[in-house]
Design a protein around this ligand. Structure first.
Ligand SMILES: NC(=O)C1=CN([C@@H]2O[C@H](COP(=O)(O)OP(=O)(O)OC[C@H]3O[C@@H](n4cnc5c(N)ncnc54)[C@H](OP(=O)(O)O)[C@@H]3O)[C@@H](O)[C@H]2O)C=CC1
Ligand SMILES: CC(C)(CO)C(=O)C(=O)O
Length: 313
C-alpha cells in the first residue's frame, strides 16, 4: 500500500481537533511512512497550531497546511469535512474536480441533510465513496490557530454510499480519535444526535441558558413535544428509536454538558448563521414529506430564524 493522504477540510474548532488527534497518532506510532495528514484551510497559513488538551496541557503541532485552492488536493485519498452543515454542499462541490477520482469523503457535522445533496453530487463520480460521522467531543476555538479540547465524547463513523473507505485508513482514524468506532448502522446514531440537537440547541438559544438549565421541570413539556415529533418522523424515515430512551439521552447530555453554551446560542450571541435549517428544519421538511405535523419543531425553527434576522437587521 502506498502512503495514504488524509485531508482535514475546515480549520475550525473540530477540524483543528481532528487534525491534532490524527497527527499526534501518526507521529507517536511512527506511521508517517504509511499516512500523511494535512489541514486544508482557506485562511492565511501559520507554521504551527496550538492545542490545549482535556487536562489543560498545551501542545504545539507543526502544521502541514494546504490552501483549499492548492493543486496538491489532487494527492488526497480521503477528506474529512469538518465545517458547519450549511457550508458542506458548496465546499464539497468546489473540491470534487480537484481531488483524486477515487477520493473518499467523510462528513462530520451536526444536523442532517447535506449528505443527501452530496450523495447526489457523487453520482457523477462513481469511484468515490461517502462516509458519515458524528461526534460528541467538544472543541473551542480560543484564537484562529488555538483550539481547546473541552469535552471527551464518542465519535462514530459509518458507510453511506459508493465505494467503502480503505480499511487501513479506517483503522488509522479510529485509532487516532479517542472513543471512536465504525458502525454498520450510522443512520441511527445520526438521528439520535439530531434529536439531541433539536431538543437542546434551539431552546438554549431562545431562553438564553446553558444546557444544564433545561433539566428544570419548566422545560420538560417543550422538550418532550420536540422529541416525540422527531421520533415519529424518524420512524416514517425507517429509523426506529425509543422515545423514552431519547428523553433519557437528552437529559444525560444536559447533565454532562451542564455548563456548556450550546453552539446555537453561541452563534446567536455572535450574530452568526445557525445550523437550525439542518436541525429543526430537517425534521420539519421530512415531516412535510410524510404528511406529519411538527408544531414544536416548527416553533423552534421560527424562533431561531427570527432571532437571527433580528440580530442582523
Ligand atoms: N465545536 C464543537 O465542539 C462541536 C462542533 N460540532 C459540529 O461540527 C461542525 C463544525 O463545527 P466547528 O468546528 O465548531 O465550526 P467552525 O466554524 O469553528 O469551523 C468551520 C471551519 O470551516 C471553515 N470553512 C467553511 N467553509 C469553508 C470552505 N469553503 N473552504 C475552507 N474552509 C471552510 C471555516 O473557515 P473560516 O474560519 O474561514 O470561516 C471554519 O474554519 C458543525 O456542524 C458543528 O455543529 C459537533 C460537535 C462539537
Ligand atoms: C450536544 C450539544 C448540545 C452540546 O452543547 C451540541 O452538540 C451543540 O452545542 O451543538
Amino acid at each position: 500500500m502506498g502512503r495514504k493522504h488524509i485531508g482535514v477540510l475546515g480549520a475550525g474548532a473540530i477540524g483543528q481537533l481532528i487534525f491534532s488527534q490524527l497527527s499526534a497518532h501518526i507521529l507517536t506510532h511512527h506511521l508517517s511512512h504509511s499516512f500523511r495528514v494535512d489541514l486544508v484551510s482557506r485562511q492565511a497559513q501559520p507554521q504551527s497550531i496550538s492545542f490545549t488538551d482535556l487536562m489543560g496541557n498545551p501542545h504545539s503541532q507543526t502544521l502541514s497546511l494546504l490552501d483549499i485552492k492548492s493543486e496538491q488536493l489532487a494527492n488526497i485519498d480521503v477528506v474529512i469535512v469538518c465545517v458547519k452543515a450549511y457550508q458542506v454542499h458548496p465546499l464539497v462541490l468546489s473540491i470534487l474536480n480537484k481531488v483524486k477520482p477515487d477520493c473518499h469523503i467523510i462528513l462530520l457535522h451536526n444536523g442532517m441533510g447535506p449528505h443527501l445533496a452530496v450523495a447526489k453530487l457523487l453520482q457523477d463520480f462513481p469511484q468515490m465513496g461517502l462516509t458519515l460521522a458524528t461526534t460528541s467531543q467538544g472543541a473551542l476555538r480560543i484564537s484562529p490557530w488555538h483550539v481547546k479540547h473541552t469535552g471527551e465524547g464518542k465519535t462514530s463513523f459509518g458507510h453511506f454510499c459508493g465505494a467503502p473507505l480503505d480499511e487501513a485508513i479506517q483503522k488509522c482514524i479510529t485509532n487516532a480519535i479517542p472513543n471512536s468506532c465504525w458502525l454498520s448502522d450510522i443512520q441511527t446514531a445520526l438521528w439520535l444526535k439530531l434529536i439531541i440537537n433539536c431538543a437542546i440547541n434551539p431552546l438554549t438559544a431562545y431562553y438564553q441558558c446553558p444546557n444544564g438549565q433545561l433539566i428544570d421541570d419548566a422545560y420538560q413539556d417543550e422538550i418532550k413535544a420536540v422529541i416525540s415529533e422527531c421520533v415519529l418522523v424518524a420512524s416514517a424515515d425507517g429509523i426506529n428509536l425509543d422515545e423514552k430512551e431519547c428523553c433519557r439521552s437528552v437529559l444525560t447530555v444536559c447533565q454532562l454538558t451542564a455548563n456548556n453554551i450550546s453552539s446555537m446560542w453561541q452563534d446567536i450571541q455572535s450574530n452568526r448563521q445557525t445550523e437550525i435549517e439542518f436541525i429543526s428544519g430537517f425534521i420539519v421538511n421530512r415531516a412535510k414529506h410524510h404528511g406529519i405535523v411538527t408544531p414544536a419543531n416548527q416553533l423552534n425553527l421560527d424562533r431561531i430564524s427570527a432571532l437571527y434576522q433580528m440580530g442582523n437587521a
